[in-house]
Design a protein around this ligand. Structure first.
Ligand code: SAH
Length: 221
């Protein structure tokens, strides 16, 4: 086991203690989690905390998800490297980079332009050229790219119900992984789209995310 000089948790420790020991065993996933530098996705003062077993604050009052949750959500997609993925809530770009490493193409939507811009430059600096970025309300999905339905969708913010546009843009047989629930109580769901458009639902774990913001409807006259 490697230890860093300042006693902070190393990527390999994180992978072993937080992921493998909790039952995540996919070699491709663990390799991605060990090699994508999470410290590049947090502010300078949080670098030494980058591999701790928790979410951390990022700009715009948002959070970078706990490594285990990022790994668990990614694991649920069982990526082979061929997939087109839609991600809602780019945030720091960390989850985006993990998806870019494990899938063919990632389309990621973020409501805050500043976060999207920063994520884009970080992910690009790591050498990924298979990610497309949009700024706006992700509850509408990515209409222009959805002529071909997405193989899978990952939502990194919680909602009470699944936004219909997102479900519509998911391929039959595709999985949507997202937290659903209320401010107090959320559960990570894996919803698989059936031929008739209905979902089979698997519940992974209780969790805590920031809310998925819905654009307000213009006032009705
Ligand atoms: N996986 C990211 C998590 C970011 S937190 C990471 O590890 O860094 C969730 C993100 O969802 C926030 O950045 C928030 O601004 C964004 N978000 C919330 N509602 C949104 C919406 N309707 N459309 C797009 N992004 C949204």
């Amino acid at each position: 086991m490697t230890h860093s000089r300042d006693n902070s948790i190393t990527p390999l420790q994180m992978v072993h203690e937080q992921l493998r020991q909790r039952g995540l065993t996919s070699a491709r996933l663990l390799q991605a989690m060990a090699t994508i530098p999470r410290e590049k996705f947090v502010s300078e003062d949080l670098r030494t905390a980058a591999y701790e077993d928790r979410a951390l604050p990022i700009e715009c009052k948002q959070t970078i998800s706990q490594p285990y949750i990022v790994a668990l959500m990614t694991n649920a997609l069982q990526l082979t490297g061929q997939e087109r993925i839609l991600e809602i809530g780019t945030g720091s770009g960390y989850q985006t980079a993990i998806l870019a490493e494990l899938a063919a193409e990632v389309f990621t939507v973020e409501q805050h332009a500043a976060l999207s811009q920063q994520a884009r430059s970080r992910v690009f600096q790591l050498g990924f050229t298979n990610v497309r970025y949009a700024v706006g309300d992700g509850t509408r999905g990515w209409q222009d790219a959805a002529h071909l339905p997405f193989d899978h969708i990952l939502i990194a913010a919680y909602a009470e119900v699944c936004p219909p546009a997102l479900w519509q843009q998911l391929a039959v047989g595709g999985r949507l992984v997202a937290p659903f629930g209320s401010t107090k109580q959320q559960v990570l769901n894996v919803r698989t789209k059936q031929l008739d458009g209905t979902a089979t639902i698997e519940y992974l774990t209780p969790c805590r995310f920031v809310p998925l913001i819905h654009d307000r409807q213009p006032p009705q006259s």
